[in-house]
Design a protein around this ligand. Structure first.
Ligand SMILES: [Zn+2]
Length: 389
């Protein structure tokens, strides 16, 4: 395996407190050695060992590739009209998902895969090196299994979301749909997924239904994660913590008891500000969660309805501007926080032994991700040691 050193890094975010002070573990005037798909060495640029190849960062910043732990990218079609109507005054409800379900069912495997790959490339160009994605726009046994097969060919982080909404085919009998999701659909989907998820919300699934679905998934070896407390207060967050879900996602409407549960449990609070931006909804209160001691992740929720952005830098800027996060906290949450939400320790950090996923910015510091919103600052991306951008 060839070795490569990246030298002359003005500011390196490692997310390893043993390498630098504080949660970001920053190293100034740094170098990183990549050996195959792993990071082999981190230290002062002046002390970098000899390697086969050398890249001069030219006084620019390097940070871990972003870990986007929440997206919905196996879909077809477009919801421009719905977005346009919403920005003209209509409110968001979970029902818009049905539009994408119809388009996704009608699409060929090739169309779905090409659309997924296009969005993965789009995210990679913006620094995302790990991306979780879900089913949830099929809502039949065959269509959900197909979505997961297609996703699993492109990412290790695949989530079964048959319980996105009650299938329109079961509108008069939601209980029968829950039976399908926890029975034949789970049988067909479990081999292709790592995670099980449910949209616990008015208009989707209530707390009892969510518990049934997550428990059934867990019995098949899938680890729970929950769409929780997005549009209203509800049982999702506390159910997630109770079931030791890896993540409770959205967390926009939280009681004190919800915040306490997240602060004292093993479940990451994943905030998805693209959704609030795209629906003109109130922001989740990141500051409140951080001050209580919860672990916070930041992700895009990229989907064609409520958050059609693949840009983690955009979400970092929103989190800093509107959710009370410092730039350091937002960058940590979009890298190490995302890794925590996926229960991974090999990504989201730059330290000897981690996967060599690195983003080089066209800027001297990671703070520029929030300081220069909307500017394409990603200059180069390595994923598993391979330069992809
Ligand atoms: Zn989502």
């Amino acid at each position: 395996m060839a070795t490569t050193v990246i030298t002359n890094i003005s500011s390196l975010v490692t997310n390893d407190p043993s390498l630098g002070a504080g949660p970001l573990g920053p190293v100034q005037d740094a170098a990183v050695v990549i050996d195959g798909d792993r990071v082999a060495w981190v230290g002062a640029s002046s002390k970098a060992p000899a390697t086969d190849n050398r890249v001069d960062a030219g006084g620019r910043a390097v940070l871990p590739g972003f870990v986007d732990s929440h997206s919905h990218l196996v879909f077809a079609g477009d919801r421009t009209a719905e977005f346009n109507a919403r920005m003209s005054g209509q409110s968001y409800s979970a029902g818009g998902i049905r539009t994408t379900v119809a388009a996704t069912r009608a699409a060929s495997d090739e169309e779905l895969e090409a659309n997924l790959v296009r969005h993965l490339r789009e995210a990679l160009r913006q620094g995302t090196t790990t991306l979780e994605t879900k089913s949830g726009y099929g809502l039949t046994v065959e269509d959900e299994a197909r979505a997961l097969r297609i996703a699993a060919a492109h990412t290790d982080e695949v989530t079964y979301l048959g319980a996105h909404i009650v299938s329109p085919d079961y509108a008069d009998d939601p209980a029968a749909y829950v039976d399908l999701v926890t029975g034949p659909m789970l049988d067909a989907c479990a081999p292709h997924a790592r995670w099980v998820d449910v949209f616990c919300e008015k208009g989707a699934f209530d707390g009892d239904q969510a518990r049934t679905i997550l428990t059934a998934g867990a019995a098949r070896g899938l680890i729970p994660r929950v769409h929780a407390n997005q549009l209203s207060y509800g049982p999702g967050v506390q159910l997630a913590v109770e079931l030791d879900a890896a993540s409770a996602d959205h967390c926009t409407h939280l009681t004190e008891a919800d915040v306490d549960a997240l602060a004292n449990g093993n479940t990451v609070a994943t905030l998805l500000p693209g959704a609030e931006f795209s629906t003109r909804a109130p922001w989740p209160d990141a500051r409140r969660l951080l001050d209580a001691g919860a672990t916070v992740a930041l992700s895009t929720d990229c989907n064609p309805g409520s958050s059609y952005t693949s840009s983690v830098p955009f979400c970092i800027a929103l989190a800093v501007r509107d959710m009370g996060m410092t730039p350091d906290e937002a960058v940590w949450s979009a890298t190490a926080g995302g890794a925590a939400a996926l229960r991974r320790t090999d990504i989201g950090r730059i330290a000897p032994g981690t996967r060599a996923d690195l983003t080089l910015l066209e800027a001297p510091s990671h703070v520029h991700l929030a300081y220069r919103p909307g500017v394409p600052l990603v200059s180069a991306v390595w994923r598993s040691g391979v330069r992809e951008v």
